[in-house]
Design a protein around this ligand. Structure first.
Ligand code: BGC
Length: 797
């Protein structure tokens, strides 16, 4: 048996150990069929990914020997040759450069005809015939657009992300694109940051599970499968911690927080086999992340053993000058290269200076060779030398296949989070609506705007492929029963528009308002916001419609948590629907009318007010923690000298993990199968011999569906550690599983809690288990429930 297979079986053991249980059944699924992935975030030795195949190495070396310095540098150079997604590159002479072997990769080229043409330039005209890789920001679909990633993460179902990524890979690869600049796995704790839309929210455990899922989806089982594309987790690292939520801004993150919060999703993605990674724009503790040997060399290469490509972000090499650590292009190129960036995206400074830096002895050719190996290894692994071209005739039939479109609808339905669903005077909640409703008003700038459904980074998504809410309502109820009034533009509205909308509501049984951000413009890169309300006059529109006295359902379309205190107080039913992709309308209509019960859970905290930001559930305690009792706060009886505001509760509007459904769920007390746990942890990881002795810790609770509809609930397991060498979060997610419950049904939900759930980066920055008092919650969100306590012991106590 090769070492590769021996390693695989170790991996299988680990997955088995950490998977979640329902009713004492643990399913081990080696690759991609578990929708309940709970293992991801733990630093342990992993087998080499399948693309790192030893048989490739002689081919890499043989080619390297033939290359001159200019050709080597060429492999480290990348340009955008299509619609730019950043500041202009100033170059257009790509064909000449390809013929000279001066380009290793191109991106933003999006048709098979164009990729083939450029590829011919590289393969047929250059001396060594080395193919180029084509990349693109394939973020949440290619042509078949799925919900935005923040929405996908609200499904809490990594398998859905994996399947969506596979669809995107299939479509993108049909055009010759074999590299997705995705997934974005930056932890985001500040909703002002526009790029929260692109990630998986605030939690490292959930974020790690999704990071792995996307990598598996893009890369498939084998990178050399023509439908597989290279994943590129980004932006390494800490980019989501931009001060003030302002894009590209400075970050200051302690090594402890870096290791516990920001690094795990990247590590998980590398563990899952990601073959490339993108360095970021931000400086981290004073050192820009695109020239940071601590993160790029020590952690990524030495600790994690990464052997793929480190790509810079768009001109982030040149931006070292703006950061102030280089006064000229040559120094910027040298610092980025020596800091650990293999490939220069767009700035052209490697092209301009690397060879000279070698000639002057400032950069060693051996280091250049090593970076070129990273690139060639991936090109061989992708099978580009054997199959550099794509079949142009097959391109269009690969797009928008019926199963892909159906999957997009399924993911959208599963991403919706029901934030509020009050009982009406009839003692029934407003949602779901009855299909017998006589008429509905559908109002708002997002009710009939296909392009907006794509959110930011819509790939090749086309607004015309999208079915809007208005269209889907017309299909469901017939046009005569649907009264449409736009009511407002995104940022403006006339009094007449608002009045027309209120009139439409008055003449209908119920009003559905589709309000929120203009996805492509107000979310994503360079779209940070200082105000997280409804843009323009949309809130006035909402108030005018609510004033009609008709029941109102508010659909909030956004790429981030929004702050809508008036709406949450006055509107009976509110759903967070993100930007749902091309099947927005059908998914929304099925949800509004109860064919789909919303089951999404927030992957990011929704604040009450801007002043609370940053607000995230897995915070540390303070020496003077405030009570969580909001009633006491409001009555003014709270203590004074505690960590709180005098004019706002500490609690969020909606916590991480929160989401209602069309039924009610009750959680019973947490039970543990033992009062203490002995775990011996060695420096290099869990001592398997000691852990295999006692049976694993089982934590369980009864969950009851006390309503009258079958629903699926995401049951969450949280841990707090106290008594450790460093302060740990007041709660940290360590497991989750989805459970379907019929009306009136109770299920015992059992988690097998792995030793890693009690591990931490200690005061020496070593990942280990320390003696501790652990509290374990099993709950439907990150704030509810009562924890059960267990003592964690090891040889030390
Ligand atoms: C973004 C990256 C993206 C790159 C290429 C940059 O501006 O930060 O996320 O992959 O452009 O389009």
């Amino acid at each position: 048996m090769s070492s590769y297979f021996r390693n695989r079986s170790l991996l299988q053991f680990r997955s088995f150990f950490s998977c979640a249980l329902v009713a004492f059944v643990c399913f081990f699924v080696p690759h991609s069929t578990s929708g309940q992935a709970t293992s991801a975030a733990y630093p342990t030795a992993q087998p080499a990914p399948e693309w790192d195949d030893p048989s490739i190495e002689p081919r890499v070396e043989e080619l390297l020997k033939k290359m001159n310095l200019e050709e080597k540098v060429g492999q480290l150079v990348q340009y955008s040759a299509g619609q730019p997604t950043g500041p202009g590159t100033g170059r257009t002479d790509y064909n000449d450069m390809l013929a000279k072997g001066q380009i290793g990769a191109l991106f933003n080229v999006v048709t098979a005809k164009e990729t083939n043409a450029f590829q011919r330039g590289a393969v047929e005209k250059s001396r060594l015939h080395i193919p180029i890789i084509f990349g693109l920001d394939v973020i949440h679909g290619f042509r078949t657009e799925f919900p935005i990633p923040l929405g996908i993460s609200a499904t809490w179902d990594p398998l859905l992300a994996e399947r969506a990524a596979r669809v995107a890979a299939r479509e993108a690869s049909a055009t010759g694109i074999r590299w997705a600049f995705s997934p974005m796995v930056d932890i985001a704790r500040d909703p002002r940051w526009g790029r929260t839309t692109e990630g998986n929210g605030e939690d490292p455990f959930l974020g790690s599970a999704f990071a792995q899922a996307y990598v598996r989806g893009y890369q498939g089982r084998h990178l050399n499968n023509a439908e597989s594309i290279l994943a590129c987790p980004k932006h390494y690292v800490g980019y989501g911690a931009a001060e003030g939520g302002r894009d590209y801004n400075t970050t200051e993150i302690s090594e402890h927080t870096l290791r516990e919060v920001y690094l795990p999703p990247f590590h998980a993605a590398i563990d899952a086999g990601a073959g490339s990674i993108m360095s970021a724009f931000n400086s981290l503790n004073g050192i820009p992340t695109s020239a940071n040997p601590f993160t790029l060399k020590k952690i990524l290469r030495q600790e994690w053993g990464f052997r793929g490509i480190v790509d810079s972000d768009w001109t982030s090499v040149a931006e070292l000058m703006n950061h102030g650590i280089a006064n000229d292009g040559a120094t910027a190129a040298r610092k980025a290269f020596q800091g650990g960036v293999d490939m220069d995206m767009v700035s052209s400074l490697y092209h301009d200076h690397l060879a000279d830096l070698v000639h002057s002895g400032q950069v060693s050719e051996a280091d250049i060779d090593e970076s070129v190996r990273h690139v060639l290894r991936i090109k061989f692994a992708l099978g580009l030398f054997e199959n550099p071209y794509v079949d142009e005739k097959k391109e269009s039939s690969a797009m928008l296949q019926p199963e892909a479109v159906a999957l997009s609808r399924e993911v959208a339905e599963r991403s919706f989070v029901l934030l509020k669903n009050d009982l009406l005077s009839s003692a029934t909640p407003l949602l779901p609506l009855s299909p017998d409703v006589k008429s509905v008003a559908v109002i708002g700038p997002l009710a009939d705007d296909g392009a907006a459904m794509m959110g930011s980074w819509g790939g090749l998504g086309n607004g015309r492929d999208a079915v809007t809410l208005r269209t889907a309502l017309n299909q469901k109820l017939g046009e005569a029963r649907v009264h449409y009034a736009k009511g407002a533009e995104f940022s403006t509205a006339t009094d007449a528009q608002i009045k027309a909308a209120a009139d439409a509501a008055k003449s209908s049984d119920v009003a559905i308002l589709a309000l929120g951000e203009n996805g492509p413009e107000m979310t994503g890169e360079a779209a940070s916001r200082a105000h997280l309300d409804l843009p323009g006059r949309q809130e006035q529109l909402l108030e005018a419609v609510v004033a009609t006295g008709k029941p109102v359902v508010l659909l909030v379309f956004s790429g981030r948590p929004l702050i809508l205190p008036w709406a949450f107080q006055h509107v009976p039913s509110v759903l967070a629907v993100w930007f749902p992709g091309i099947q927005a309308g059908p998914a929304l209509v099925r949800t509004l009318f109860g064919e789909n019960a919303p089951g999404g859970k927030l992957s990011m905290t929704w604040p009450r007010s801007l002043g609370q930001i940053p607000i995230y559930y897995n915070a540390l305690s303070t020496g003077r923690p405030a009570t969580q009792d909001e009633a006491r706060f409001q009555n003014g009886h709270d203590e004074k000298f505690v960590s709180r505001y005098i004019d706002e509760p500490n609690s969020p509007q909606f916590p991480f993990g929160f989401g209602l459904t069309y039924s009610t769920l009750r959680y019973g007390p947490v039970e543990l199968n033992k009062p203490e746990l002995r775990l011996d942890w060695l420096r290099e990881g869990l001592n398997k011999s000691s852990s295999s002795g006692p049976a694993p810790l089982l934590a369980s609770a009864n969950v009851t569906n006390s309503g009258s509809l079958t629903v699926t609930e995401t049951v969450q397991l949280y841990v707090r550690l106290e008594g450790t060498s460093v302060a740990e979060p007041v709660r940290a997610l360590k497991g989750f599983q989805r459970v379907t419950l019929a009306a009136g049904e109770t299920k015992r939900v059992v988690f097998s809690v792995p030793a890693e759930a009690f591990a931490l980066w200690n005061d020496q920055n070593v990942f280990t288990v320390e003696p501790a008092r652990a509290t374990i919650w099993i709950s439907g969100d990150s704030r509810s429930g009562t924890g059960a306590v267990i003592e964690i012991r090891n040889k030390a106590n």
